[in-house]
Ligand binder design. Sequence first.
Ligand code: GDP
Length: 297
Amino acid sequence: MAFEGLAQRLQGTLQKIRGKGKIDEADVKEMMREVRFALIEADVNLKVVKEFVKTVSERAVGHDVMKSLTPGQQVVKIVKDELTNLMGGEQNPIQFARKSPTVIMMVGLQGAGKTTTTGKLASVLRKRHNKKPLLVAADVYRPAAIQQLETLGKQLTMPVFALGTDISPVEIVRQALAEAEKEHHDVVIIDTAGRLHVDEVLMQELKDIRDLSTPDEVFLVVDAMTGQDAVNVAKSFDDTVGITGVILTKLDGDTRGGAALSIRAVTDKPIKFVGMGEKMDALEPFHPERMASRILG
Ligand code: GDP
């Protein structure tokens, strides 16, 4: 299960303080030492941990908490609030264009789950938002990626725009936008090429596609299992191409939690969806508060 270690540690720590009728600074300090340790173990970014511990500590030793009738419970609530804030606070919905079509660019490294997520997202848009998406196969470096998207399109009975691999991705996108206009698609989802590493050629190509298609959303798809690497990838994609949100995949696995808890604080970009499995219906909106509740029990 995701966040299992973190959940156990935090719940154990908070259990000790929850029932206390009286709390002093030493209690808070002791608790925060354990919280810090739990977050570091979960592979949360060190700067993020430091900031989190500082914020919670300051609030927890506040006059109104210490003097309240249930200080233990108040402290637990503060931890939950701040964990929610850390993950972005409110759920962050998709931004649709005022004038159709809404263009969504999917970016990420190979293997993160980009193509699968493109299919899942199209399915969500049709089911929950009543949209008519066009999927665009713009990964010309891996013929298998185009086939994979076409297979998903068939499975979902959703059209896929593909022109093979002998044509530039920018040209594919140009033609796809014309097709969307012609066929009245209100959403265009572009599956761009992933590479094994962030490199200049990849970034330049993404910038070219971005400049041509002026996307309403640029979603970075990252694998939650990769922890701090996912955070670094998010930072470099944001710095170079600019992202509007993150989709965290493989949250059905036993990820420790570092990516989910650090990405927002490091990049200031929200996690919009989480992948919860390989099937086409396994994509869920990300709710920071529910996630915090899940972690804290
Ligand atoms: P891409 O190279 O980024 O396009 O990655 P793919 O879409 O081909 O996905 C790589 C692998 O990850 C595939 O086996 C997917 O089925 C799997 N995958 C994608 N998203 C999830 C997820 O949320 N949970 C799980 N368990 N597997 C996923």
